[in-house]
Ligand binder design. Structure first.
Ligand code: ADP
Length: 430
C-alpha cells in the first residue's frame, strides 16, 4: 500500500477512535463512533462535490486543494486531463497537416466506402472531377464519373492497371483513374490528369499515320517502275539482280507502311464492338493452309479445334492476330520443327494458342517483343522478312477485344503465344 493510503487509513481509524472515545466519555461509545463516521462521510462528500464542480467547469486553474487522500486523486485526474488535452491537440495538428498535404497533392484522391459512395476527397479531386465538398459527399462515384470504361473498371474484380477516361469537366481533358482497395470494404480512387500525355500520344500517332500515308504514293510509283523494268525483256542482265533486290525492298517498305497504318488505326480506335461473331475454327484452318504453302515452312502444322465458340469482335483484326502469330511461328521455326495452332474454351474464357518448336526467345526479351520494332538478336539473325510490328499489332488488336497475350518461350525449345479472351467476348452456340 502506498504511504498516502496507509496514512489516510490511519487518519480514518484515528477519527473513528476519537469519535468513539468522546462518545464513551459520555457513555455513548456507539453514538460517538457513528458521529466520527458521519464526520468522515461529510468530509468525503464535500470533496466529491468539489471534484464534480471542477470536472464540470473544466477550469484547469480551479483544481481543488484538499487534505488526506484527495490531493493525490485530484492531481492524478489533473494529470490525465492534461494528457488527453495534449493528445487531442496533437491529433488535431496531425489531421490539419494531413489535410494540408492532401490538398497540396497534384493528383485527386477520393475516399469511397463499400457502396462506392464518396466519404472525402481532396482539393485536386474537386478540380479534376468537378466535385463539391458539401454537395457530393455521400454521392455514388459512378453518378459523377459515368464513362462506360470507368464503370466497367469500377465493377470489375481486377483493379490492376487503372483506366484512362475523358474528364467529366474541362472539355478535352483526360484522366487516369486507379482504384486502390484498403481496409475491409473501402477504396481510394486516385485520379491523375494525363491530358498532356494523351495529346502527345495523339500527335505521335497522327504523325506516323500521315507520314505513312504520304510515303505510300511515291512508293507505289517506284514499285510500278520497278515492276515494269523487271518485266522488260530488253533489260541488260547486269540490272536483273539489283532490280530484283529493289523490288523486294520496296515490297518490304510497302508492308511496313501497311503495318504502321494498321497499328495507328488500332491504337487510336476505342474498344471493338460486340456486334459480329468471328469464326475462329475457319480462321485457324485458313492460317494452316497459308502456312503450309509458305516456302521453308515447318512440314508439320497441326490445328486443334476444341470449341466452336466464336469471338465477338472484328474479323479482320482477328485474322491479323492469327496471321501474325502463325507467320512468326513459320519464320522462326526450322523446316524439321512443328507448329500447333489450338482454339479451346473453358470457364475463364477462350484461348487461342500458337506454339512452335523453333528458336525460342530469351527470358529477358519476352516482355519486350511486343514493342514496336523490337527484335531479339537471334531473331534478327534468323530474320527473313517481317516488319518488327507484328506482335505490336497483335497486342493492340487483342486489347481492343479485352483480350491479353501470354508468351512462354525457351531458347532452343520453342515458343507458345496464347491469346486469352474473356467470357463476355465469346458467342457459344447452344
Ligand atoms: P517481326 O516482324 O520481326 O517478326 P514481330 O513483332 O512479329 O516482328 O516479332 C518481334 C520479335 O519477336 C521478332 O523479331 C523475333 O525476334 C521475336 N519472335 C516473335 N515470334 C517469335 C517466335 N515464334 N519464335 C521466336 N521468336 C519470335
Amino acid at each position: 500500500m502506498s504511504p498516502v493510503w496507509s496514512s489516510s487509513l490511519l487518519r480514518h481509524l484515528a477519527a473513528l477512535a476519537m469519535g468513539g472515545l468522546v462518545g464513551w466519555l459520555y457513555d455513548h461509545a456507539v453514538v460517538g463512533l457513528l458521529g466520527g463516521a458521519l464526520a468522515l462521510l461529510g468530509w468525503h462528500l464535500v470533496n466529491l462535490y468539489r471534484l464534480d464542480t471542477w470536472l464540470r467547469t473544466g477550469h484547469i486553474e480551479a483544481v481543488p486543494d484538499g487534505v488526506g487522500i484527495w490531493p493525490p486523486v485530484f492531481a492524478r485526474i489533473e494529470y490525465l486531463r492534461d494528457k488527453v488535452r495534449h493528445e487531442r491537440r496533437r491529433w488535431r495538428r496531425l489531421v490539419r497537416e494531413l489535410r494540408a498535404s492532401a490538398g497540396a497533392f497534384p493528383d485527386g484522391g477520393v475516399l469511397l466506402d463499400e457502396k462506392r459512395e464518396i466519404v472525402a476527397h481532396n482539393i485536386a479531386a474537386e478540380r479534376l472531377l468537378g466535385l463539391r465538398r458539401l454537395r457530393d459527399r455521400g454521392q455514388r462515384i459512378e453518378n459523377l464519373l459515368r464513362h462506360p470504361d470507368f464503370i466497367a473498371y469500377l465493377h470489375g474484380n481486377d483493379h490492376g492497371p487503372g483506366v484512362e477516361v475523358p474528364a467529366p469537366v474541362g472539355g478535352d481533358n483526360w484522366l487516369f483513374c486507379l482504384l486502390i482497395p484498403y481496409g475491409p470494404h473501402q477504396s481510394l480512387l486516385l485520379v491523375r490528369d494525363i491530358t498532356e500525355d494523351v495529346r502527345l500520344e495523339r500527335t505521335r500517332r497522327d504523325f506516323v499515320a500521315n507520314a505513312s500515308h504520304e510515303l505510300r504514293t511515291p512508293l507505289t510509283v517506284i514499285s510500278g517502275y520497278l515492276d515494269a523494268m523487271a518485266g522488260d525483256e530488253d533489260l541488260a542482265d547486269l540490272w536483273y539482280e539489283p532490280i530484283t533486290d529493289m523490288r523486294a525492298q520496296s515490297q518490304r517498305m510497302s508492308q511496313l507502311l501497311d503495318d504502321l497504318l494498321q497499328l495507328s488505326r488500332l491504337e487510336s480506335g476505342a474498344r471493338c464492338s460486340h456486334e459480329r461473331a468471328v469464326d475462329m475454327a475457319g480462321l485457324l484452318q485458313t492460317a494452316r493452309r497459308e502456312a503450309m504453302v509458305t516456302p521453308g515452312s515447318p512440314r508439320q502444322v497441326e490445328v486443334e479445334i476444341g470449341s466452336d465458340a466464336r469471338v465477338l469482335g472484328d474479323a479482320a483484326e482477328m485474322q491479323s492476330v492469327v496471321t501474325n502469330l502463325v507467320s512468326n511461328a513459320v519464320r522462326y521455326t526450322p523446316a524439321a520443327g512443328t507448329i500447333r495452332i489450338c482454339w479451346n474454351v473453358d470457364d475463364e474464357g477462350g484461348h487461342l494458342t500458337v506454339a512452335d518448336s523453333g528458336i525460342g526467345i530469351a527470358e529477358e526479351d519476352i516482355p519486350r517483343v511486343t514493342e514496336r520494332f523490337y527484335r531479339t538478336d537471334r531473331g534478327r539473325a534468323y530474320h527473313a522478312g517481317g516488319t518488327g510490328l507484328g506482335l505490336a499489332i497483335v497486342k493492340h488488336a487483342l486489347r481492343r477485344h479485352d483480350a491479353v497475350l501470354e508468351i512462354r518461350s525457351r531458347i532452343g525449345e520453342g515458343s507458345q503465344f496464347t491469346c486469352h479472351f474473356p467470357p463476355h467476348r465469346l458467342a457459344v452456340s447452344s
